[in-house]
Each structure stands twice: as C-alpha cells, then as structure tokens.
Write a protein that binds this ligand. Structure first.
Ligand code: NCD
Length: 305
C-alpha cells in the first residue's frame, strides 16, 4: 500500500505516467466514469479549503466513486480530543482512500502510519502539498511542453507557503532548472529548503526582493498568497500582505511566453485585470488539479484502465 506525503514519494517516471493519464482523462472522461464504482474517498479536512477538498471530491465522483468526510476540525471528533491516529483507524474501516489536510506539519504522515488505506497529504501546515504540485507540474508541462530547462520565479510567502516547498522539491529532479525566489526578507525560504537546494549543485537559484527585476527573465511566475493563518501576530501580516501586487503594468515587463501560476486562493497579489491576460493560467491550473487527482486516486487504488 502506498501513501503520498511529498512529491518525492513518486518517481519522475511515475509523475510522467500520472500526467499522461490526466491528459487522457481530460480527452476521454467516459473511459474512466465507472473505474471507481463502489469505492469511497474520505476527505478529512482539519483546515479550511475550497479547491483541494472539492477537487478531491469531484475527482472521486467523476470516477464513479463516492465521498464522505468533514471540512473543519470542529465538526469532527478532533474537537473532543481524538488523535489523528485513532481517527484514521476508524476511517480505514469505512473508506478505501483518504485525503487529509491538517494545520500541523506531519499529521498526515502520522495518519499514514496507522492507516489501512492509502493516505494523501492534502496540505500539512507550512510543510508540503504534493497534489498541488502535481497540479502545477501538469500545468507547466501542458503550457510549455517540458519540465526541464526552465527558469521559475516564486514570489510572495516562501516561508510558510507549502505549495512552494513541494514544487521546489519536485522540480529539483529535472535538468537545467533555475529558481528566482522573490520575497521580502522576512518571508524567505526556510533553511531546510535552502539545504535541499544546496544538495543539488546543478540547480541554480537566487533570492531577490524586487519582482520587477525578475520578471523579464522568467519562463514561469508562481505567485503565492501571504499565509495569514501562520503568522504569530496580525501586525506583521498587515505589513507584508500587499508587498507584491502583479498588475498589467508589471506584466508588460515579462516575456510573451511567461506563464503565471497561483495555487489560489488569491487575495491581492494578482490584480483581477491580469486574469484576461493569455499568460494567466491559474484557473486552467484548477481544472488540471481535478484530472491529476483522478489519475492519482486510480494509481493509489491500483486500478488499471
Ligand atoms: C494552497 C494551500 O492550501 O496551501 N491552496 C490550495 O490548496 N490550492 C495555497 C494557499 O492556501 O495559499
């Protein structure tokens, strides 16, 4: 039995296969419509989510399966003090696969150790978010036709943004990757991510504070929200929240081929006027997220089509 905790749980070959399956599902949804008949996905969300939870649920429903779960910790037995280990033991009796989001780093990993069914990390604190990474990779691959030889700018909250941490990990395995990390000093990448980058001397990276300086050289710009819920005080959040705002004027500095991604939800960091720019791909990214989760569910359940 396999779980998905970080993108590194999948080999590059498996990632490719998942992306191929997602592409096939998009083209031929009818082939997959009953592949999970009778199966149940449990969505265990201890932290707010719109896209990820609905995307998992839509994925299972479109495969013919059914879903159950909770959308906030207060409506589960966690509110009574139940441990994640006990909850997953119970859920293992009811469901075939589980997606878990938790505010504590490592909680889905604990669940995986006690689970009888595959567990997918749907975001753990400021740590990892592997299925968002699958979504990001498939969107980059479909827009650019490749995942190697890429200059990627990551902008915003690089300290707490788990989607950033997972995407870096995944991209480190491709050739000729360079990163430009764009953040205020207080929201720079955590040390453990810098250590991972240093362990790959073939990957180049730089840390800058001005988005304008980075824009002309990027193939991909990955914008992120300042993660309010991880701040210790509101004043710091208020001071940093509007540090970067990508608008049409700034987009003029970027190349015609640069694409803009964002895991969403967006707050102010991308002006709505950018949505109509053909380089803005964040809503397409959401759609891809459902197809890649369908492919992942099939893989973890060992269902071949
Ligand atoms: C992201 C997350 O939860 O980390 N959202 C998502 O899953 N698409 C990004 C965010 O909340 O800013």
């Amino acid at each position: 039995m396999r779980h998905l905790m970080t993108p590194l749980d999948l080999s590059v070959g498996e990632l490719d296969a998942l992306m191929d399956t997602a592409g096939d599902i998009k083209l031929h949804p009818e082939k997959y419509a009953h592949t999970c008949d009778g199966r149940i996905l449990a969505a265990l969300f201890y932290e707010p989510s719109t896209r990820t939870r609905l995307s998992f649920e839509a994925a299972m429903l479109r495969l013919g399966g059914r879903t159950m779960g909770f959308a906030e910790a207060t409506s589960s037995s966690a509110a009574k003090g139940e441990s994640v280990a006990d909850t997953i033991r119970v859920v293992s009796c009811f469901a075939d696969i589980a997606a878990m989001r938790h505010f504590k780093e490592g909680a889905p990993m604990v669940a995986a150790q006690f689970s009888k069914i595959p567990v997918i990390n749907a975001g753990d604190g400021g740590h990892q978010h592997p299925t968002q990474t699958l979504t990001d990779l498939v969107t980059i691959r479909s827009s650019k036709g490749r995942l190697d030889s890429m200059k990627i700018g990551m902008c915003g909250d690089l300290k707490f943004g788990r989607t950033v941490h997972s995407l870096i990990r995944a991209l480190l395995r491709y050739e000729n990757i360079s990163f430009v990390f764009i953040s205020p000093g207080e929201l720079k990448l955590p040390d453990y991510m810098i250590e991972e980058l240093k362990a790959h001397p073939d990957v180049s990276y730089k840390e800058v504070t001005r988005l304008e300086d980075a824009l002309p050289e990027l193939d991909v710009l990955y914008m992120t929200r300042v993660q309010r819920e991880r701040f210790f005080n509101e004043e710091d959040y208020v001071r940093l929240k509007d540090y970067y705002i990508l608008d049409s004027r700034k987009m003029e500095l970027a190349g015609d081929d640069m694409i803009v991604l964002h895991p969403l939800p967006r707050v102010n960091e991308i002006a709505v006027e950018v949505d109509n720019d053909p380089r803005a791909r964040y809503f397409e990214q959401v759609q891809n997220g459902m197809y890649i989760r369908m492919a992942l569910i099939l893989m973890l359940l060992g269902i071949e089509v």
